[in-house]
Design a protein around this ligand. Sequence first.
Ligand code: ADP
Ligand code: MG
Length: 325
Amino acid sequence: DTLINQIAAGEVVERPASVVKELVENALDAGARRVDIDLEEGGVRLIRIRDDGGGIPGNELPLAIQRHATSKIASLDDLEGVSTLGFRGEALPSIASVSRFAMTSRCEGSEHGTRLEVDGGRVGELRPHPHPRGTTVEVRELFFNVPARRKFLRAERTELGHIEEWLRQLALARPDVELRVAHNGRPSRRWKGEGDLLTGLRLNEALGEDFARNALAVDHAAAGLRLHGWIARPTYNRASADQQYLYVNGRSIRDRSVAHAVKQAYSDVLFHGRQPAYVLFLETDPRRVDVNVHPAKHEVRFRDARLIHDFVFRTLHEALAETRA
Ligand code: ADP
Ligand code: MG
C-alpha cells in the first residue's frame, strides 16, 4: 500500500509547493477563515499548515489518510457537480507516504483533539492531543525515503518561490481568507482576510499597485456563464506573461483555449503580439466542466470549449474596445 501511495505521490506531490497547495485546499474545503503556514528550508524540512476549519472527528483520522477516502463526494454523480477543491482522496495518503507526517484535529463538540502520525507510510496510533477547533498537518523531511525525488528539489529560495507563487494564486481567489506565512521562524507574508469588497486591495498585494492602477475591471454574464476580474490596460507596461491568472469556478487552472481567447481579444483591440496581464474568473455550472482530468487538478475539460472560448473572447473584446473609444 505504501508503494502504491508513493507511486501516486509521483503525480500529486512534485515539490513542497504541491504539498502546500493540497493542504491549504483541504483547509479551505473545511471552511477555514484563517490558515497559518509555517515553513522551514523552503518547505523541504517542514511544512506545517494550521486551520480553523471544521476539523475531523478523531476516529475518522485513519480514514482521512487512506487512499481514495474522501468525505467530499459520495458517488460518481457528485463528481459531476463537485464544488470542493478536493475530491480524489489521494493527497493525504500520497504525502504521508513520502514524508514524516502528522495530522492533529479537533471538531466542534469534541472534548479534545486527536493526533495521528504516519512515518513514510507507516501509520501510528491515534492519541489524544490538545488542539483548538480545526486541523494542523505537519509534513517533515519531504521525500526522506525517496532519494530519487529528493534529488530534484531545488535551493531553498526556489522552493519558497514556488510556494509563494501558488499562495498568490490562492490569495487572489479567496480574499475572504487570512493567510499567514512564516519561513524559518520569521513571518514572511500576510494576506489579510478583508472580504470581497476589498478585492482591489488584494489585487494590489498580489500583483502590485501598478497593475491595480492600470487594470480594467470586467464583469459580464450571459448564457449561464460569467466572466469577471481584471485585464491590464495598454498603459500597463510590464512584460506580463507571468501575470496571467485564470480561475474556473474558483479553481486556479491552465487552459490553452481560454488563454488563447484572452490573448486574441487583447491583440485584436490593442497590441498585436503583446502578452496581456490578467486575473480572470470564469463561473459556470459545474456540470459543464470536468475537473477530474489530472491528479494535480491543474487542468479542466469543458463540455463546450468553443462556446467558452467565444464568450471569453467577445466579453473582453467589447470591454477593451470601450477603453479605446
Ligand atoms: P480530498 O481532499 O480529495 O477529499 P485528501 O486526501 O486531500 O482528499 O483528504 C482526505 C480527507 O481528509 C478529506 O476528504 C477530508 O474529509 C479530510 N481532511 C483533510 N484535510 C482536512 C482539514 N484540514 N480539515 C478537515 N478535514 C480534512
Ligand atoms: Mg484534498
